[in-house]
Ligand binder design. Structure first.
Ligand code: ATP
Length: 245
């Protein structure tokens, strides 16, 4: 069956501060409804790729200087971040970036900033269904554990009712048990709500356990891509990204 592409990044080049070339002709496709993993070593350019898509590159003096990014049939490179949120893309930042001196509930409401419908309360209940612990912790979000903050960041993304969520290292700082839990909920959210997910991870094993397809980046471009099964069976991937096992 032919898969409909929701996101298509074509041959982009990204430059920081007018001089530092970080992405050198990067292309990737994300089909509607899929979970796709973007893997690679530190500094390969994974976070930069997500920021190029979400428009957040601009806030760091970065720019897409070549190529194009298409989402839902429209070009989005160069557009302001809040407009990209309106089009249906929400990024869960690395390090989570929840607002620590607000409660969980207030953080969740923030995720709905582009909405003016009357389903916001119902969606908060939906988020609490996925992450019951968030409902129990009524204090300031800064006092939540690392895992709970990650859950809150994902919950806040859901509050935007996005077509697509970009996740930057959801496993970061979590115990192996929590990584399992968070990834299982990511999979569940994808299945239940049909939200398309592009997942940046250093933890290739966890990412490939939920993704259907993966891309491997080195020095600003894709060097390998395939189905999750193909990548797991690939000797180089085993050696360099799956710890030799
Ligand atoms: P990590 O997992 O460490 O975040 P990554 O694959 O996500 O790695 P990026 O964060 O995208 O990689 O960084 C890619 C390259 O771009 C690195 O060499 C980094 O030093 C550089 N870089 C990132 N952000 C900026 C910035 N704001 N200004 C200049 N250079 C930057």
């Amino acid at each position: 069956p032919t898969l409909q592409l929701l996101l298509s990044v074509k041959n982009i080049e990204v430059v920081y501060d007018d001089v530092i070339l970080v992405l050198r002709g990067l292309s990737l496709d994300v089909p509607q409804g899929a979970i796709v993993a973007l893997l690679g070593a530190n500094g390969a350019g994974k976070s930069t790729t997500l920021k190029a898509i979400s428009g957040l590159l601009k806030t760091e003096d970065g720019e897409v200087t070549r190529g194009e990014i298409n989402f839902n049939g429209e070009r989005i490179d160069g557009i302001d971040p809040y407009k990209i949120v309106r089009r249906g893309i929400f990024q869960v930042m690395e390090g989570r970036r929840i607002i620590s001196d607000m409660t969980s509930l207030e953080n969740l409401r923030l995720g709905a900033f582009t909405r003016n419908d009357n389903q916001i309360g119902a969606d908060i209940e939906m988020v609490y269904n996925y992450f019951p612990r968030l409902k129990e912790r009524t204090g300031l979000a800064g006092y939540l554990s690392g895992g709970e903050q990650q859950m809150l960041a994902i919950g806040r993304a859901l509050m935007a009712r996005p077509k697509m969520i970009l996740m930057d290292e959801p496993s970061m700082g979590l115990s192996p048990l929590l990584v399992k839990e968070v990834f299982s909920i990511i999979k569940q959210i994808n299945r239940d709500l049909g939200v398309t997910i592009l997942l940046v991870e250093q933890n290739a094993r966890a990412a490939l356990s939920v993704a259907s397809h993966g891309y491997i980046m080195e020095q600003g471009k894709v060097v390998l891509d395939g189905t999750a099964d193909e990548l797991r069976d690939n000797e180089d991937v085993k050696e360099f990204y799956l710890g030799g096992a």
